[in-house]
Design a protein around this ligand. Sequence first.
Ligand SMILES: C[S@@+](CC[C@H](N)C(=O)[O-])C[C@H]1O[C@@H](n2cnc3c(N)ncnc32)[C@H](O)[C@@H]1O
Length: 225
Amino acid sequence: MQRRLEPELMNGDAQVQAYAAADFSSGDQATIEAIQRLLFNTSPLPSDPLVVDLGCGPGNITLLLAGHFPEARIIGIDGAESMLALARGRAQQQQLEISFHCQTLQEVLGGPLIGQADLVVSNSLLHHLHQPDLLWTVSRALAAPGCRTLHRDLRRPDSDAEVQQLLLKHLPLAPEVLQHDFAASLAAAFEPQEVTEELHKLGLNQLTVSVEDDRYLVVSGLVKS
Ligand SMILES: C[S@@+](CC[C@H](N)C(=O)[O-])C[C@H]1O[C@@H](n2cnc3c(N)ncnc32)[C@H](O)[C@@H]1O
């Protein structure tokens, strides 16, 4: 199936509300566990680390990161202010100190965080990006020496029929706007082989691409030695 792009930013009111209200807790937990495995298999974070969550949305992963790494400076970045308003509210409610920056990934490239991050993560961001190298270019640019990275995202099924099967299996009763976004996201996602080829083009051969359950891929490793 050909990749069908969807809009990069999620800033429609109904879309943002439906996303924030949905329960993604098991997937969010899988992302945190994958990050913990990556650190266990490489080395722990340095003291006072900078952790960046790209495309943080309403803060699902950012808040969990703040809970797991209380010694870290945590920054969530998203281009959609309506998502960040929810993220800031949640962080305040949980009394977590997190900085949220309203920036696109394209803008991050020219900003002050370049070369500063010890851990760069994202969850469900890659499929939004129109430019296939953007996430890898930004992760590398943000990386301080020793920086690890982990990106978990949907992977593209072979056919629209498979998209429908996944929709029926995982979101049969979800609000229509969420079902629409899930199907559009699957169609916009990358195949693992496409990601591997992109990483090789950029000389990021040390990052590994693995397949998780029936719909995710995970890219992880040491981004800068
Ligand atoms: C599906 S949500 C994922 C949110 C969060 N990471 C999570 O796991 O729940 C994708 C987020 O990426 C943001 N996004 C997409 N393209 C972006 C870009 N080029 N720059 C910044 N944010 C972007 C969207 O606005 C949206 O909030």
